[in-house]
Design a protein around this ligand. Structure first.
Ligand SMILES: *[C@@H]1O[C@H](CO)[C@@H](O)[C@H](O)[C@H]1NC(C)=O
Ligand SMILES: *[C@@H]1O[C@H](CO)[C@@H](O)[C@H](O)[C@H]1NC(C)=O
Ligand SMILES: *[C@@H]1O[C@H](CO)[C@@H](O)[C@H](O)[C@H]1NC(C)=O
Ligand SMILES: *[C@@H]1O[C@H](CO)[C@@H](O)[C@H](O)[C@H]1NC(C)=O
Ligand SMILES: *[C@@H]1O[C@H](CO)[C@@H](O)[C@H](O)[C@H]1NC(C)=O
Length: 474
């Protein structure tokens, strides 16, 4: 286990990913800007986050951790819309539209750089403009002595280490990012990518490579992620974010692919998933993860981190992931399960509650009226309080087309799924102080439809795992 390089395998086959959303009523209506990822002129961006979804400090020479690779096609050649100079923009450097307050603040600067890159990439001829797919990389180290992350949105003083991985000062750094701008070779293949590491000696590794035949097929996205001793907790997503507004995990305006926000229960996701390597027993790989933001009174989020609550719903398909929710640990279960015919089964109903279907449920840390026993979510890893509903494959999800058995969709079991994500998410418990006047339908502000995280907060000796995966949305 000590030798990190033993996990270093060259991807022999291409990992495939592309995406589309279908509205339940009209299968041809897609919420994403580029359904099926068939458009030759690709739009893809990169962002890196520290533990509480901010920048903290830029990596030397890298600029602000936001970048993009966007191009149009003209007369059989690629016309790039974002220069490498744009990609290297960092604090102290001006760009059009930059708010002077953000000029020397790495957190504010990154948010504004994303808007700027979005303006360069925006596909505006469409009825509803859209910008880019988002590759998101997160380092889960938290230096508790830095006082950098708020607790459920509240600024708190530094505290003693022990709860989170951190090798010492500098553990929350931003990565070294390499960009291979998309180019067209003599065989009519377009290819580009982002890769890099958190260490100068390069033990941790991330890579996203995209490839497509000019004029046919769809983009293939190949992903690799490897943790290291110093960086045991990494996440890599490929996301479709909202084209504007506050989405889950952010407290500022973002740019993305979702021209129309998916509203439960009427949306579906069709995809083929092919995982090449699993990332070890602690890896949480989400078949799909969706996130949004609304307040505990049902109101839409407005950037006030004290009352905004990020909500996530995700199915973990690593078969080694156990259910922490059980008849003897009902505090790890949502208060009730809702059946497709809208019957509520309370978690203390041991004869009927599907304990094995829930890995873990945790409530927002700012909730005041919780059923006991409760388990509240980590208060530091988002800028605001958060709520998580983590599912596991189980027969009760069959109705929605989700995996029903452990191992389904995992390594060696490439499959095509048609997930009724809207239907399922509308029958999950989310904490809310019911107030019918304020009630908003669940609007999923972003959809992390490809996400993996290797999360090893407790077993620090578990590192060096390599995870490789791909999928195709149909
Ligand atoms: C397009 O490319 C072809 C072949 O390279 C060239 O002959 C033609 O002049 C180009 N057209 C324009 C409008 O640039
Ligand atoms: C990133 O990718 C490039 C191009 O494939 C490669 O030359 C480079 O070695 C990679 N970087 C690392 C840190 O492996
Ligand atoms: C709803 O479904 C449950 C099982 O999922 C079943 O026991 C119950 O009878 C159903 N109720 C109605 C009203 O159909
Ligand atoms: C189960 O929980 C509900 C709601 O808290 C409560 O009303 C009920 O009495 C509980 N039943 C048992 C058997 O504990
Ligand atoms: C949640 O549970 C803890 C531990 O039992 C308790 O101290 C706390 O008051 C509970 N929180 C709420 C909001 O009920």
């Amino acid at each position: 286990m000590g030798n990190l390089l033993c996990f270093w395998v060259v991807a022999a086959s291409s990992l495939v990913f592309c995406g589309s959303w279908a509205n339940a009523k009209d299968a041809s209506a897609s919420a994403v800007g580029d359904p099926g990822m068939r458009r030759d002129g690709l739009r893809v961006a990169f962002e890196a986050w520290n533990f509480c979804n901010e920048v903290g400090e830029e990596a030397p020479g890298m600029g602000s951790p936001r970048a993009a690779d966007c191009f149009d096609i003209s007369n059989h050649s690629l016309i790039h819309k974002v220069s490498e100079e744009d990609n290297k923009l960092g604090i102290g450097k001006q760009f059009p539209g930059l708010n002077p307050k953000a000029l020397n603040n790495p957190d504010l600067y990154a948010a504004e750089k994303e808007i700027y890159l979005g303006s360069l990439c925006q596909v505006s001829h469409a009825a509803k403009p859209w910008q880019f797919w988002m590759v998101m990389l997160k380092n889960g180290n938290y230096d508790t002595k830095s006082g950098l992350c708020p607790e459920n949105g509240k600024k708190v003083p530094p505290f003693n280490p022990g709860r989170f991985p951190c090798f010492g000062s500098g553990c929350m750094n931003q990565p070294i990012l390499y960009h291979q701008p998309t180019s067209l070779d003599g065989k009519d293949t377009m290819k580009g990518g982002f890769n890099g590491t958190y260490e100068l000696d390069g033990n941790s590794y991330f890579e996203v490579v995209w490839e497509k035949k000019f004029g046919s097929g769809s983009w293939n996205f190949a992903h690799k992620l490897r943790t290291s001793k110093k960086y045991p907790w990494l996440m890599l997503y490929l996301r479709a974010d909202a084209t504007k507004g506050y989405s889950g995990g952010y407290h500022y305006d973002t740019r993305g692919m979702l021209k129309t926000l998916p509203v439960s229960p009427n949306f579906k996701v069709r995809l083929t998933l092919d995982i090449k390597q699993g990332g070890g027993p602690q890896s949480q790989f989400y078949l799909i993860d969706i996130g949004s933001c609304w307040k505990n009174n049902g109101a839409a989020c407005d950037g006030d981190v004290l009352t905004d609550v990020t909500r996530y719903c995700e199915m973990i398909i690593n078969p080694e992931t156990p259910a922490w929710c059980s008849p003897t640990n009902i505090g790890n279960c949502p208060p009730y399960h809702i059946t497709p015919n809208n019957t509520k089964i309370h978690r203390n109903d041991t004869a009927n509650f599907p304990y094995g279907a829930y890995h873990y449920y945790c409530s927002p840390g700012n909730a005041l009226h919780l059923e006991q026993p409760n388990s509240t979510c980590d208060p530091y890893s988002n800028p605001q309080a958060q709520e998580l509903v983590q599912l596991l494959p189980h027969p009760i999800w069959a109705e929605y087309g989700y995996p029903t058995k452990k191992g389904e969709g995992w390594i060696g079991d490439k499959r095509t799924w048609e997930l009724d994500v809207g239907g399922l998410s509308s029958r999950l418990y989310f904490y809310q102080v019911w107030n019918l006047k304020n009630f908003v339908y669940i609007v999923w502000g972003y959809t992390n439809f490809l996400l993996c995280r290797i999360q090893v907060p407790l077993l620090l000796q578990e590192y060096g795992h390599l995870l490789m995966w791909g999928r195709k949305f149909l």
